[in-house]
Design a protein around this ligand. Structure first.
Ligand SMILES: *Cc1c(COP(=O)(O)O)cnc(C)c1O
Length: 364
């Protein structure tokens, strides 16, 4: 992937080095404009990483102590971390069994008088019913925040991930669909005041009027110019990479038909960013070990749901059966834009064999 953009990347790095503006400056401004434009939003604010994109968004919305934030339990821990770091209370909810995403009904049932926001996570690159979620959030006066860290380029009814909520939060961690050469993140929004506050919070709470006046207790969370230049150089290739991921996932689907392996399905109206290729199987750990023995490297996203992670015990309320069961079943198969059809065939052939052997060993 990086080779494809190599010439542009080299030139971009050299330009940053020659200007000497490493934090902020023209490269950051340019990427922010490009990213807002790509997402169909008015503003993008670069921050240091995806976790802080979420945390600073919550803080900029005035959400903290005494407020509840509704979020799915089956997400990367960073979503929950951001809520706790903002001083709010994470209210973990379960997800739909087929999509592993929240639904409007699930969120609606969870709302209490203290609920201030809902974070919708576009897990694996899939976007849930955003109309329904927008209505529920509106009715309950919740801020709607998208954790779009896995969904660069995903659409729902032709609208891009990040364009539905009060704010969309992105990570550009190197393995994401659009990855920097280190940590980076961004918040996109149509709300100019929210954008201004996120920017100020990430820049030591500086006031717009003077660099020496600080209007909030902020933090240091800025996008640096080298990362911005890398992201600008790679952005023109993003749609092509997402298309390649979609084609690869379609090939997996075809080759695994009738194999007894269940694929995680998205919403009808959504076009997934195909960040991860997740299947579900009962004997996940044995299947995973057998694939590893064939030198096929897989991942698990995620083996322990957030509500069962130690530091979040204080926020535990009830069992969340779908999140808990799926945590022991999900397995992420190799997926990257340049994966070849032969590589996909190789994985599927081995996976079918392993699953068949697994079934036989249970019959015996
Ligand atoms: C990667 C990720 C994050 C955190 O992003 P960082 O840049 O690593 O801080 C948050 N939420 C989800 C769903 C992620 O996948």
């Amino acid at each position: 992937m990086n080779q494809e953009a190599a010439r542009d990347l080299d030139a971009a790095w050299r330009r940053v080095v020659s200007t000497g503006a490493f934090i902020g400056g023209a490269h950051v401004d340019r990427f922010e404009e490009q990213w807002a434009d790509y997402c169909g939003r008015r503003w993008a604010v670069g921050v240091a990483n995806g976790t802080q994109a979420l945390e600073l968004t919550l803080r900029a919305l005035g959400i903290g102590q005494g407020d509840e934030v509704i979020l799915p339990a089956n997400t990367f821990v960073a979503t929950a971390e951001a809520v706790a770091l903002a001083g709010a209370t994470p209210l973990f909810v379960d997800v739909a069994p087929e999509t592993l995403l929240v639904t409007p009904a699930i969120v609606e049932a969870a709302v209490t008088p203290r609920s201030a926001a809902v974070i919708v996570v576009h897990l694996y690159g899939q976007i849930p019913d955003m109309n329904g979620l927008g209505q529920v959030a509106g009715k309950a006066s919740l801020a709607l925040i998208e954790d779009a860290a896995q969904a660069h380029g995903a659409t729902w009814k032709r609208r891009k991930a990040g364009s539905f909520g009060h704010a969309g939060c992105f990570s550009f961690y190197p393995t994401k669909n659009l990855g920097a050469f280190g940590d980076a993140g961004a918040v996109v929004t149509n709300d100019g005041e929210l954008a201004r506050r996120v920017r100020s919070l990430g820049d030591h709470g500086r006031s717009a009027a003077s660099r020496d006046l600080h209007e909030h207790i902020g933090t240091n969370s800025r996008l640096d110019a080298l990362q911005a230049a890398v992201l600008s150089a790679k952005l023109p290739l993003l749609d092509r990479w997402v298309e390649a991921r979609r084609r690869a996932l379609a090939a997996y689907n075809r080759l695994l038909k009738g194999s007894g392996v269940r694929l995680v399905k998205g919403e009808q109206s959504a076009a997934s960013a195909c960040h991860l290729n997740v299947i579900r199987t009962r004997a996940r750990d044995r299947v995973r070990a057998a694939l590893e023995a064939k030198r096929i490297r897989t991942g698990v996203h995620y083996p322990v749901p957030c509500h069962l992670q130690d530091p979040y015990r204080a926020f535990y309320r009830e069992p969340l059966p779908v999140a808990e069961r799926s945590a022991s079943e999900v397995l992420s198969l190799p997926l990257f834009p340049h994966i070849t059809t032969d590589q996909i065939r190789h994985v599927c052939r081995n996976l079918r064999q392993i699953v068949d052997d697994e079934v036989l060993s249970h019959v015996r």
